[in-house]
Design a protein around this ligand. Sequence first.
Ligand code: DSN
Length: 441
Amino acid sequence: MISKLHNSDPKIYKFIEQEKKRQQEGLELIPSENYVSSAVLEAMGSILTNKYSEGFPNHRYYGGNPNIDLIELECINRAKKLFHVEHVNVQPYSGSPANFAVYNALLEPGDPITGMNLLDGGHLTHGWKVSATAKFFKSYPYHVKPNGRVDFDELWNIAKEYKPKLIWCGATAYARTIEFEKFSEIADSVNAYLIADISHISGLIVGGVHPSPVPFAHVITTTTHKTLRGPRGAMIMVTKKGIKKDPEIAQKIDKAIFPGLQGGPHNHTTAAIAVALGEAAKPAFKTYAKQIVLNAKTMAAEFTKLGITLVSGGTDNHLMLLDLSKEGSLGAQLEYAMDVAHMTANKNTIPGDLASPYYPSGLRLGTPALTTRGMKEPQMKQIARWIVDIINHIKPYRLPEDKTKRLEFMKTFKKKMDKDVFLKSVAREVMNLTSQYGTNT
Ligand code: DSN
């Protein structure tokens, strides 16, 4: 069947088809990515995008919203039931706006906050220096210890000295269980809000393979497109504990989103979130979440067996962080070489990285997307072996110490890799594997 898009805009159609092919042929190892179902895609691509509906259900600033109200209310109710929370706002455009809305709701400019340092696995919006969150609030980041786990002694000291009004827990490159109870003890001791950003692990929480922050946090934020396997969007949830601390907290969050920060909600996204939440409520999702973690543990064990160092020595969740400092800060080179071999991952800093975020010493890998495709332990071992073969192959290309030489070095490296016979042979093996698996649509 020739699509309407193909007829009306063949150029964009072609680019989309190319991307579809890339997603089908390649191995998606970025831990924050996933493949949505056809049902989620259908809702995302629906006519709901045509409608303005500023405001909230039954309280809109535009007419014609009876159906949008039904969709948003259904989405809210599904989220409340699935996560066991009291209030949910499903309108944030994505994770960063959701987090900024929390600041907007609960703090005054200049208030002190703390979150995990970006280089240690935290998120930009948890107070990293180049983020607006550090411009408008005073940020005192906490770190991980040499063993790769959160340094709670340091966090206690930060809490006592700076009295943060808001503490973030949750991360983007942290392979260990988030110890919500320990964070809540510290937050409660200084009467701070504890905000759990569960973007990476919300699917694992729903699937019962990671503890829930609900008894401990006041507010929870999550994107909906990572392990939760929904569309690109986000939610802000308020717990009983949050309402006990501040009975107005739910209204403050809603007002911070609209009119505080955003305009019209993306109703097509809201509908697709509702569909994804419906899928996540099914028993099969628990099996999926369990397999994500099993796959990650299997892959991590294979890397360790093959001599690769992992930050924190392994994983409890869906991701792992390869520490390639002893191999020569290979993060950027490995990301590129893997791309040539049809494997997508992302270079990442490691705790205490002496290289820069653009040329870091680590590589972040995750299993949610591969697990969606139905891959299991044997495939994880094979993929780890391919990656280690590539690491060994590119080891001679150590990052130059002299920063001014790095750009030129990468240009030459990329040209060589584009024609590299070994990488092409891995790409063929990868395509042979991926041809046996669909992409959830
Ligand atoms: N960009 C997300 C990730 O990849 O983890 C975080 O916002």
